[in-house]
Ligand binder design. Structure first.
Ligand code: ATP
Ligand code: MG
Length: 417
């Protein structure tokens, strides 16, 4: 029989790896709660139209990366990112009515048909944070601060924060035209993608990594010189607050998001440890999105973090132990006793295992060792006659007899105490 394998670009998170995933999920819940965020869970598939409108048809995501399928005449798509679905839900459920400053986060899988490589998968996972209805620069600074606090809570020590402002509906269109005008005379010197982008989405040219394009791109007009007063003031205040909080950053005038609805503050956290796919998280303001999806004209800001990439760069945690107490009944007569003790100890919160296959004593000790058991409790003929369990401390190798009526308490105290 041929063996069926996982689909290209997807991967299993195996039991040996899962501890770090649970840790970063737990860190998100704990930290985001301190800032007033609550979890939201939206469906994994939505109407294709939601992403076309919410992300923009000129983006790589909508243009070529979406998993779209026909469902009896309806066009559906596996979500490539979380924001559009969350905003749809906020509008549909009128969440803004009860909570004019809405802070939500989501964790879960996203789907994009990309070329799989290190740190780039077709099913990957994001931590996603959204704050809706807050317009002042203070929330921009808070979201950035929380994103970095999250990385640190996960144990990431080295990273870089990069910031830019991409203007708003008032000043960006003029800048985009300026950019297009500057690009047109040189368009034949650019890569095919950028030739296309010059007409469809010139901002994306700034994002191009093709080496031959760089001299042209470096000489292009910069958005910082074309922001309206309001956008300039907003950005200056965000930077001032970050400085006030002691958060180092680097400005990069070429940081533009691939998504159309981003306005003003745009940010990214990168890590050199990731190599080519160096972006750990990306975010920014999207003041036009809620309106574009048919909701009220309210602002939004958030970020999305790639969990696979974070896991790749976190320090490797120590091997987790899986067992507190390993029970070894040495004779059939001890079996019932062992089942009862196992149940009592598990009820007290201990991780308790035994060998259900009844292997040799030596094999069972080896098993206990492999599982990282702190204690082994043995019950043989001798112990039964004396009314005790023989308890071995696997660290110190000391062994003592403990009266059967006290053994549960004895072990619980040692593990929890
Ligand atoms: P990139 O430039 O690496 O393609 P992006 O701009 O497409 O990133 P976003 O849409 O902003 O990424 O998504 C936010 C984060 O999600 C990224 O910073 C990255 O950590 C992660 N991410 C995006 N695409 C993938 C993928 N295919 N596989 C794994 N992680 C991803
Ligand atoms: Mg991408």
């Amino acid at each position: 029989m041929t063996v069926i394998r996982a689909i290209k670009g997807t991967r299993d998170i195996l039991p040996d790896e899962v501890a770090v995933w649970q840790r970063i999920e737990g860190a998100a819940r704990t930290l985001f709660g301190r800032y007033g965020y609550r979890e939201i869970r939206t469906p994994i598939f939505e109407e294709t139209e939601l992403f076309a409108r919410g992300i923009g048809t000129e983006t790589d995501i909508v243009g070529k990366e979406m998993y779209t399928f026909d469902d009896h005449g309806a066009s559906l798509t596996l979500r490539p990112e979380a924001t559009a679905g969350i905003v749809r839900s906020v509008i549909e459920n009128n969440l803004m009515n009860t909570d004019p400053a809405l802070k939500v986060y989501a964790l879960g899988p996203m789907f994009r048909r990309e070329r799989p490589q290190k740190g780039r998968y077709r099913q990957f996972h994001q931590v996603d944070v959204e704050a809706l209805g807050l317009t002042r620069p203070a929330i921009d600074a808070e979201v950035v601060e929380m994103a970095l606090g999250y990385l640190e809570a996960c144990g990431l020590q080295s990273y870089e924060l990069v910031l830019n402002s991409v203007g708003d509906a008032k000043c960006r269109p003029a800048y985009v035209e300026t950019l297009r005008a500057a690009l047109r005379p040189q368009v034949s010197r650019l890569c095919p993608d950028c030739q296309r982008r010059t007409e469809t989405n010139p901002l994306r040219v700034l994002d191009c990594k093709v080496p031959e394009d760089q001299p042209v791109i470096e000489a292009l007009p910069r958005i910082a010189d074309h922001l309206c007063v309001e956008c300039r003031d907003h950005f200056a205040e965000v930077l001032r607050e970050l400085e006030l909080l002691g958060i180092p950053y680097r400005l990069n005038h070429r940081l533009v998001r691939g998504l159309d609805y981003y306005t003003r503050t745009t940010f990214e956290v990168t890590s050199g440890a990731l190599g080519a796919q160096n972006s750990v998280l990306g975010g920014g303001r999207y003041d036009g999105l809620v309106g574009a999806l048919g909701g009220p004209d309210i602002s939004g800001i958030g970020f999305a973090l790639g969990m696979e990439r974070l896991v790749l760069i976190l320090p490797v945690p120590e091997g987790e132990t899986r067992c507190d107490v390993f029970l070894i009944p040495l004779e059939d007569a001890a079996f019932d006793e062992t089942l009862r003790l196992q149940r009592t100890l598990r009820g007290a919160g201990l991780r308790v295992l035994m060998d259900p296959e009844g292997r040799s004593f030596k094999a069972r000790l080896k098993m206990a060792d492999k599982l990282g058991a702190r204690y082994v409790a043995i019950r043989g003929e001798d112990e039964r006659r004396k009314g005790v369990w023989s308890v071995r401390d696997m660290k110190g190798s000391a062994q003592e007899d403990v009266t059967e009526s006290r053994v549960a308490e004895h072990l619980t105290e040692r593990i929890h105490g």
